[in-house]
Design a protein around this ligand. Structure first.
Ligand code: HEM
Length: 149
């Protein structure tokens, strides 16, 4: 006899990455290097400058919290990425390829390969959720992106 299923089965929650070199200090370095490269990019640089201006420290701290929450599962970030991106009307779907290209290269340059793979896989998954929210179906994708952290 089976109990009736009252809820959709959920995938097992993602585990924190446990690696001696991957802590907040390391993640902060990765975040800073990534955004240094983003700012130098001809397409993404001006988009970020238009929103953030020259006062980057609060954004870098927030993004360090975000990546700590994603990778270490420490609950450091409690923001809402979808609304923050929905208001960026100048962003095109192809811009995500540039973002992911810079992110992948930065992770490959700073992390050992297995660690880089973890960051890149999670970035790709969140990028998919954000793209869905921005370009296809806002209400369905909002919850998906929120579940990533
Ligand atoms: C073309 C791609 C992207 C662009 C142009 C972009 C741009 C931006 C900008 C301008 C902000 C600042 C918004 C504000 O402070 O009002 C922001 C915030 C943020 N972005 Fe992105 N982003 C992109 C992709 C991504 C991806 C793939 C991720 C995650 C893997 C991500 C995660 C975040 C987070 C967590 C915030 C902070 C939201 C908050 O709590 O305020 N972004 N992004």
């Amino acid at each position: 006899m089976h109990e009736p299923l009252t809820q959709k089965p959920r995938p097992a929650p993602e585990q924190p990455l446990e690696h001696p070199a991957v802590n907040r200090t390391f993640i902060g370095k990765l975040v800073r290097e990534f955004y240094r490269r983003v700012r130098a990019d001809d397409r993404l640089g001006p988009i970020f400058k238009g929103v953030i201006g020259d006062d980057w420290d609060p954004h870098l701290e927030k993004m360090t919290d975000f990546w700590c929450a994603v990778i270490l599962k420490n609950g450091a970030y409690s923001g809402r990425p979808v609304p923050a991106h929905l208001k960026l009307k100048q962003v095109r779907e192809e811009d995500f390829e540039i973002w992911l290209g810079i992110f992948g290269q930065t992770a490959a340059d700073l992390c050992e390969p297995l660690v880089a793979d973890v960051f890149i896989e999670r970035a790709e998954r969140i990028a998919r959720s954000l793209k869905l929210a921005m370009f296809f179906c806002p209400s369905a994708a909002g919850a998906a992106a929120k579940e990533e952290t």
